[in-house]
Design a protein around this ligand. Structure first.
Ligand code: GZL
Length: 327
């Protein structure tokens, strides 16, 4: 076997080092997105179980159509496992980019990593993944969505200022394991803990759904007849809670204050009627900002790890005037 010169061995070592370094950098980076006149775009929706999700899907489809992009759309029908399979199918179809609204924070991590491994950048929409398991700018490009902790804090701050002695709270949580449910709870509960005389007497998931929210509110009102506030993580459960309050022979807005998040037309109308006390907006119209972020990335811009959606706030002081602008 020929003896390798010292120089050859040095060159081989540095080439190997460069390869390892490049591989390391590649593993640390989100796959690139080349600038093209058209794209094949995946949108993996989590479910269509309420008007908010339907509005989000319509906004994404409308923007893709306006741009003339091919949209590969899937609906996981509330199953995180199916959503993982949906993303894997998009990878197999060779989409250029994947928009993902992860149903829950943990189960969708393998899908995010599979897309990265296959050279497809992922943009998270409206819900995020567990930050301990995947990072923006490394495993996926960015998270576009609201500050859910702040949404919970704003609901709590309004209550503390306007409670008029109503301090016993039933909390209707969103989908278990989802980032909006986790953070709307965190923001609200921590703010309430700091407030004198307020208590959360019960907290249970209504899965962001109207009828489940009604059923859970009915059960909790029965087991906590002293409750005089209901904090719902979304409008659907708040509207379900109104039926539960009325079924209990109580008057929403008078006997029981109802707080909500989302700010759809129906809920803002109920604020104007006085049945819901206040709503923190969480706008579902992601289409324009989603595709604008994608275009910025393709152009080579550095994308911030969190593209924040600012949320409005509705109560009796502005609901009537703002109703026309609500989604
Ligand atoms: C929030 C979104 C939530 C809405 C609910 O970004 O994930 O999911 O608040 C919807 O109405 O079901």
């Amino acid at each position: 076997m020929p003896a390798f010169s010292r120089r050859t061995l040095m060159l081989a070592a540095s080439a190997l080092g460069a390869l390892t370094l490049t591989a390391g950098i590649a593993a640390a980076q989100v796959p690139p997105l080349e600038q093209k006149t058209t794209y094949k775009v995946g949108f993996a929706q989590t479910e269509s179980n309420n008007p908010w999700r339907i509005a989000q899907t319509e906004s994404m489809k409308a923007e893709a159509a306006k741009l003339g992009y091919q949209l590969v759309y899937t609906d996981a029908a509330g199953s995180a496992a199916k959503q993982v399979a949906d993303v894997n199918s998009m990878i197999a179809q060779g989409v250029d980019v994947i928009f993902l609204a992860p149903r829950e924070e943990k189960p969708l991590i393998p899908a995010v990593m599979a897309a990265k491994k296959n050279g497809i950048p992922v943009i998270l929409l409206d819900r995020s993944v567990d930050p301990k398991l995947a990072k923006a700018g490394k495993d996926y490009l960015t998270f576009i969505g609201s500050d859910f902790i702040k949404e919970g804090e704003r609901a709590a701050e309004w209550l503390v200022k306007n409670a008029n002695g109503k301090t016993k709270i039933i909390e209707l949580e969103g989908t278990t394991g989802s980032s909006p449910a986790n953070d709307r709870k965190k923001g609200f509960d921590e703010a309430i803990k700091k407030a004198e005389g307020f208590s959360i007497v019960a907290s249970q998931s209504g899965d962001f759904a109207r009828d489940k929210g009604r059923q859970v509110a009915e059960a909790l009102l029965q087991s906590h007849p002293d409750a005089n506030v209901i904090y719902a993580h979304n409008d659907e459960m708040a509207i379900g809670a109104i039926s539960a309050v009325e079924a209990a022979g109580k008057v929403p807005g008078k006997d029981i204050l109802i707080l909500s998040i989302d700010g759809g037309k129906e809920a803002v109308g109920l604020v104007a009627e006085g049945k819901i006390a206040a709503v923190v907006e969480c706008n579902p119209r992601f289409g324009p900002k989603a595709f604008e972020t994608m275009a910025r990335y393709a152009k080579g811009e550095k994308i911030e790890p969190w593209v924040i959606n600012e949320d409005k706030f509705y109560d009796a002081s502005n609901a009537k005037a703002e109703l026309a602008n609500a989604y």
